[in-house]
Design a protein around this ligand. Sequence first.
Ligand code: NCD
Length: 340
Amino acid sequence: MSKEKTRGSYKFESTEKLVEDIRSGEMMIDGQFKGKDIVSMEQFSAYDVALVMERARLIESMNRERRATLLANREIAIPFWEPSTRTFSSFKLAAESLGARTLAIQGMWDYSSVNKGESLSDTLKTYEALGVDAIAMRHPDKEAALVAAYAVDIPVLNGGSGAFEHPTQALLDYYTILKETTHSPIDLHMVFVGDLKNGRTVHSLAKLMATMGGRMASFVSPEVVKLPRGLKKDLEEKGVHIFETDNINDVVRKGDVFYITRVQKERFESNEEYEEARKGVVVTQELVSMMDPKAVILHPLPRVGEIEESVDADSRAAYFRQVTSGVAIRRALFDLVING
Ligand code: NCD
């Protein structure tokens, strides 16, 4: 058994309590990845993030044959309960390029015993009993990855848990930022745009940047989807200066990295609120022309109109290069949690 725990079951109360539970004790990485779960950026110190970056670079520098020995004869389950293009495919490609076999299933609602009413914990315990070495999953519940981490002893990697977090995405976003800019993270002015309330990638990346010493972050969104107050307070406590606005013109000339996001349609309870949220920014060539010549434009994708396709030809548009980073980071994470 690699995890020192007998956690049992986890019950969700609130996002604040979820954060508190992740921060308390044995979930923290503390420089030791082997056997750990990757549930949230709350678990990472700046040193831990740097270790992931270093491992990603190391594996990228290996040739195919060497790479394919790292997880030879290992098995990884990749059950996804929510749609995915990039995250699912890059988890699968990452695992297989390291020599592992994968049990990768999209549409878990339809194609598993969950459809017959089986619990999330039982499903994951089944993968563990089948002998897999790790589980990379996506689920619409905020607490799902923690429920999984409590249920099984093998490492669980969170590929998106409802509107809560998406830590592997934040790590690949940061890997991309390091490749695209010469600024140190401390000096970077991050501009987050879009659905800041429901966008789990925003939550994870904002936490990561604060952990790396980031001091300046602007958040641009309609009022209905502004950054959650608890997260804002946490970032401020870490020393981040926060500027909030609904007008991109306030910051377009000042930002270094623009992180654009989609309105998370699937998270809205009221149609009225969704329609309000859609009144956000559209990135056009005209807007990009006002940005710094060395600015970086990121988007976790999928985009549904937030960035015009004509922007893609601009050298500052890095969102497809960002996809490439996904494989590098997920290889690094599998290698770290399984081999140490
Ligand atoms: C994001 C997600 O699933 O949270 N996509 C991704 O993983 N690259 C963003 C989104 O769905 O808008």
